[in-house]
Design a protein around this ligand. Sequence first.
Ligand code: NAD
Length: 351
Amino acid sequence: MNTVHIPASTPYDVQIGPGLLALLGAVIGETCPKATRCLLVTDDAAGPLWAPKALESLEKTGLAAAVYTLPHGEASKTADSLVKLLNSAASEHFTRSDVFLALGGGMVGDLTGFAAACYMRGVAYIQLPTTLLAAIDSSVGGKTAVDLPAGKNLMGAFWQPRAVLCDTDTLSTLPAADFLSGCAEVIKTAILFDPELFAQLEREGADFDRPALIARCVAHKRDIVAEDERDTGRRALLNLGHTLGHTVEAQSDFALTHGQAVAIGTAVVCRAAAKYGFCAPEVPARVDALLEKFGLPTHTDYPLDGLMERMLSDKKRAGGTVSVIVPEAIGRCAIRPMDRAALHDFMKAGL
Ligand SMILES: NC(=O)c1ccc[n+]([C@@H]2O[C@H](COP(=O)([O-])OP(=O)(O)OC[C@H]3O[C@@H](n4cnc5c(N)ncnc54)[C@H](O)[C@@H]3O)[C@@H](O)[C@H]2O)c1
């Protein structure tokens, strides 16, 4: 088992390895000692496969549990779903000392974390990521949210989990498309911080040691969260590929997965950065080739004019500018604020 300690304002451990759902009851005992009941939130794809394992562990440690199942997919990450979940917790008389459990991918994790932040002004929750994306990214760092019609993650809170238990067995049932979607965030991490990881992915493709790779990516996220938990500075780097990514994801009505959208956004900013002379031409060539090796898209046909409004309503906008994450080399990126005209021209160069 790999353990990465996250030194956030409320610190916690991320445990990564096979068979870890069997430890869930014990982890709740250690991290939420007053809890007597758990609200296990999941979706209708991950839940039937993995909730029984989690419930077995809770039963063995004498913890009562209620299960709340959402339809799978980003369409469930809404304010309406949030209120329904909170009403369910209230009608089942969950108390402030009980614990919410998020068993699923980033959709379940973001929604459950936000519900935990809101319920009775804040209850404990534990992330049980079952997708690669959730394992390396969304389950760590305490960003919780739901989407609003105007954009993704526009309603949310910073609320750190008490623990993250990443049972890598759960990835065995993940559809290939969702696994590859998570690989887009792995590639993003490598472009941001880790040229050796990038080279390893070029050599090995998706045939990597999953627990080791997840731990390596989580360690990069730990460093950023430790430095800038509330996302007022360097944490913005994690948005590489997201300004355009969130926009094409929403424009496709979520037919594109989050990872596919981030892949397009990352490829576009790399090509634009090379055209502007911010990085060598080798950078977009290697990034496009690696994304394609993982079966991820690198282009979009959506016209730029239609994408501009959504990009400008993105929450990463501050005043009249949007912070775009621009690669300077594999393993090094910079944050560049751009106004509307600069953003338009930059994206046009990369599309
Ligand atoms: N909070 C953060 O810091 C952060 C960071 C990155 C992304 N996100 C958010 O994460 C979300 C995307 O996460 P995701 O890619 O995990 O999507 P997701 O949660 O929608 O999961 C993808 C699909 O896989 C299914 N699934 C999950 N685990 C499974 C398993 N083990 N076996 C079979 N099927 C399984 C789900 O039901 C779903 O259909 C987006 O909402 C994004 O905004 C949040």
